[in-house]
Design a protein around this ligand. Structure first.
Ligand SMILES: NC(=O)c1ccc[n+]([C@@H]2O[C@H](COP(=O)([O-])OP(=O)(O)OC[C@H]3O[C@@H](n4cnc5c(N)ncnc54)[C@H](OP(=O)(O)O)[C@@H]3O)[C@@H](O)[C@H]2O)c1
Length: 271
């Protein structure tokens, strides 16, 4: 049986093992999937130890995505562009290929599962960490009218947007600079919600009929989902669908078969 795992710190909360167990049952692929509490001072050592146990692939989560990008022996074009890796695939020997499935996961959940049309829309994404780096380019490829990347540390948003300048319709800013702007979709890609907090954003950011999407997921509504509801969002969604979609794409990269996601999302919602 081939062995896979998710590595992060913290890791107990991760639902990836349940998701991949469901994919394995559905597809009949003979895999086992565990979780690894990564050592922030020795990520590379943890990966080497996993390979020595004959591990075949890893999902990488907070705070190791940039380290995984540096560690990979080769990168997919989308991981190269993102500067962050969430999927490591073992090649021959101990060589690793890095990929990033977060963007495909977010765009599939928003557009296929939820039916949001990104083309022509004004989109705001909050944050400029590993998750936002992974999703910015795939969002731009869906042709929004404007994509603003706003971050607490403004310099990170400026530099991320500068790296995407070839798309034209993207700009970076600090949170305070959002005053007076309005958006059809606001995506929260900050880690503020992990402490039950919200990024400091103006009250009138959401256009009439606009949607909110929190990349974070939890058993109860997240702080940002509650913000969306309080500000009359037409839909205020969490990131569980994105989590399952990015996992499905990782599973495809490892096993060559793309699992059905709807039944797995429904199963997780019921638990
Ligand atoms: N659903 C999914 O599949 C999925 C996939 C990936 C990530 N995520 C979620 O996305 C979130 C971000 O992950 P990440 O990997 O990008 O983390 P990260 O690399 O550590 O980046 C954290 C980001 O959050 C910002 N931030 C943290 N606390 C904040 C606060 N109190 N107010 C405003 N901004 C704050 C940081 O701003 P500064 O630069 O100013 O520090 C930075 O932009 C996490 O909640 C993670 O669980 C979900």
């Amino acid at each position: 049986m081939d062995s896979y795992a998710v590595i992060g710190n913290p890791i107990e909360h991760s639902r990836s093992p349940e998701i991949h167990a469901a994919f394995a049952r559905q597809t009949g692929e003979p895999i086992e999937y565990g979780r690894i509490l990564g050592n922030p001072d020795d990520f590379a050592g943890d990966v080497r130890a996993f390979l020595a146990r004959d591990g075949q692939g890893l999902n990488v989560t907070v705070p190791f995505k940039e380290q995984a990008w540096r560690l990979a022996d080769e990168l997919s074009p989308r991981a190269h562009g993102a500067g962050a890796v969430n999927t490591l695939i073992r090649l021959d020997g101990n060589r690793l290929r890095g990929d990033n499935t977060d963007g495909v996961g977010l765009v599939r959940d928003l557009t296929v599962n939820q039916g949001f049309r990104l083309a022509g829309k004004r989109v705001l994404i909050l944050g400029a960490g590993g998750a936002v780096r992974g999703v910015a380019r795939p969002l731009l490829e869906a042709s929004p009218r404007r994509l603003i990347i706003a971050n607490r540390t403004a310099a990170k948003a400026y530099s991320l947007a500068a790296g995407l300048a070839n798309y034209g319709q993207v700009a970076g800013c600090g949170l305070a600079e959002l005053a007076g702007m309005q958006f059809d979709l606001i995506i929260n890609g900050t880690a503020a919600g992990l402490q039950g907090r919200l990024p400091e954003i103006p009250d009138d950011l959401l256009a009439k009929g606009g949607w909110c999407y929190d990349m974070l997921y939890a058993r109860e509504a997240t702080a940002f989902q509650r913000w969306g509801r309080a500000h009359r969002a037409a839909r205020s969604l969490d990131g569980l669908g994105m989590l399952v979609e990015q996992a499905a794409e990782s599973f495809r990269l490892w096993r060559g078969v793309l699992p059905e996601t709807a039944e797995v999302i429904a199963m997780l919602r019921q638990q």
